[in-house]
Design a binder for this molecule. Sequence first.
Ligand SMILES: C[S@@+](CC[C@H](N)C(=O)[O-])C[C@H]1O[C@@H](n2cnc3c(N)ncnc32)[C@H](O)[C@@H]1O
Length: 270
Amino acid sequence: MVDATVGMGGHAEALLEATPLATCLLGLDADAEAIARAGARLARFGGRARLEHASFRRLAEVAAAASVERAVAVLMDLGVSSWQIESAGRGLSFQTSEPLDMRLDPFSGDTAERLLNRLPEADLARIIAEYGDEPHARRIARAIVRRRPLRSTDDLVAAVRAGVPRAAWPKRLHVATRTFQAVRMAVNDEPGALRQALPQAAALLAPGARLGVISFHSGEDRIVKLTFRSLTADGPYAVVEPSPLQPGDDEVRANARARSAKLRVLERVA
Ligand SMILES: C[S@@+](CC[C@H](N)C(=O)[O-])C[C@H]1O[C@@H](n2cnc3c(N)ncnc32)[C@H](O)[C@@H]1O
């Protein structure tokens, strides 16, 4: 099995518990701290669990290096975990004042600070609208450009506050939630990585095996839907449920963070 977003290893642990001893799991994560946490949680499975610090952009290469030719299941649980948002120093939270980094892998790519201080206003507006579903994206982009250079998460929060009229501040969300999500997705090129990874994940499936992708964002769900559609048109795949599976009321009551999750499943036909 492959868990391409192993995180703290919760799904990986459940998968290993549910499968026979001969089934092994390869877990990837772009965040080295996640790999360390998953390693501690999965230690009791010994050689059944193998973990690699890598982006799922490189899924095919990482699987080949681990001698995984075919998988009985591939799972992707997109986005970030709440501990990553809350952990100090990453700049992912609007609750504390920190440098604007936001990279899941601090050795790869530009920081949020570079992106926010460099991109043209129109590009910022597009990112905030598209990745954040933020109705005030243009005003926020204008406020960011006016307040440059931005150095800390506080500076970004202040720009969002200045951009969104007070009467339009959301009631149940922090006013900067959508903008922080959008900037994080752009810094890590999360949609680009997903587009690259999905065909690689599908190619790993053994006949009868399934790829499950959980997304929390309408743009990502659209990428999964369209990529699955083109894979089924061109190859030996079938979409298992035409509409995505979503948590029921009981699950949402038990785990409010699952509220916006959508699971799509692709099967390699036997
Ligand atoms: C929602 S969490 C997964 C939680 C996990 N299912 C668990 O049970 O703990 C998403 C994970 O995907 C990782 N991630 C995000 N983009 C990635 C990428 N391009 N390649 C690999 N991992 C990535 C994040 O670092 C994070 O740990």
